[in-house]
Design a binder for this molecule. Sequence first.
Ligand SMILES: Nc1ncnc2c1ncn2[C@@H]1O[C@H](COP(=O)(O)OP(=O)(O)O)[C@@H](O)[C@H]1O
Ligand SMILES: [Mg+2]
Length: 362
Amino acid sequence: MAVRERLTLEPVPLEQVPEVTRFLTELGLGALRQDAITAFFGRNDSWAGVTDAGVPVFVKKTLGEADLVRLRVERTRAMSALLDGHQVINAPRFLGGDAESGLVAFTLLQDARSGADLASDDDFTWELARSAGLQIGTLHTLQAPPVVAQDTSPPPVPPLGRLSALPLSVYAAASGAELEAWAILHNDPAIVEAIGDLARWERSAPRVPVHCDIRLDQFLHHDDTLYLTDWEEARAADAARDVGAFAGEWLYRGVLGMAGGDDTPNEREVVANGTRRFEALRPCVESFWSGYLQARPAARSDRELVARAAGFAGWHLIDRLIVAGHRRGRLSPLERAAAGVGRRLLLDPAAFTTILGLGDER
Ligand SMILES: Nc1ncnc2c1ncn2[C@@H]1O[C@H](COP(=O)(O)OP(=O)(O)O)[C@@H](O)[C@H]1O
Ligand SMILES: [Mg+2]
C-alpha cells in the first residue's frame, strides 16, 4: 500500500554520528542505551530509546542546508515553548535542540501509535478526529512566537519554483515514479495556474500560526491522548493549509483504498468509487471541522477559508503522489487517479467544500 505508514527502521549506528551522544550528554540526559535503539520512518534520521539515566528520548537530526536546518530547529524550539504544558494542544515535550548540528530531542512517547497506523486499522475514531480539530483550531487562535512571526521564508509546498520544470539536480536524482508525478504537473498548464492562484489567494488570507506539515503520521496516540509532532515547518500562514491537509489525507486514503478488482480503472470510475469510499471516511473530516470551529469560532468570518482549504486538499493529493513515487519505478493507476481528483479540487475548490466534510455545521 502506498500510503506511508509509521515504520520502525534500523537506526543509523551512533558511532557514525557521535554528535548524538555528545548532544544528549550535554543536555544531562545521559547516552542512549545501545541495545534497544529504534528509528522511525521520516524525512530525517531519528533514534528512540532510553538513556542510561533512565530518560525515554526521541532524537532526530534535521538534514539539509545549514540555514534551513537552523531555522527548523529554531521553529521547533519556539513552537515547543509556546505549547509546553498547553491545556488543549499536546506536543511532545522538547528537551533541547542544537541549531548547528540540527539535533532536537523530545520525551519519547513509548509505544505510541501514529495517526496513519490508527487510520489503517480503522481506529482513528471520530473522537480523535475531533481532538485533532480542537487542537489545530486552537493553534490558529494563538499568537505566533517572534521566530515564527518574523519568518518570511516560503513554506516548502507547493513548490512554486518547480511547477513548470525541475532543476537538473532534482531531475537527475528523481525516481521513475517521481518523474511521472512531476510530468502530470508539467504537462497540465491548468493545474499549474490553479496552484499559482491558490498561492495568491493565500496571500490575501489572515496569517495565523500554522503547523504547515499536517499528515496523519504526525499525530501520535499515547496514553489516551492525541499528540501533534514535527513542528519544524511552522509558519505564520493561511489556516487553510492545515485544514486542507487534514481533509486531503482522508481523501487520499479514500481514493487509494477504494475496492475494485480492475487494475486499470478509468478516471470516471475512480472518482465515483473513491468518492463512495471517501463517504465512509468523511465523518472524520466532519468531526475534525466541528472541533475546529468550536475552538476557533472566528473562522466562520473568514468566508473563503473552506474553499482555500479545498484547494490545499487538492494540492495535498498531488504532493502525496510525489512522495509515494520516492524510489519507485512507476506510479499505480490508482495513484495517477488520485492526481486527477486533486486536479478537480484545485480547479474548482469552492464546489467541493461540503463533499470534503467542511460544510456548514449541522
Ligand atoms: N516524541 C516522540 N515519541 C515517539 N515517536 C515519535 C516522537 N516524535 C516523533 N515520533 C515518530 O517519529 C516519526 C518521525 O518524526 P518526525 O518529527 O515527524 O520527523 P521527520 O521530520 O523525519 O518527519 C513520526 O512520524 C512519529 O511516528
Ligand atoms: Mg514527520
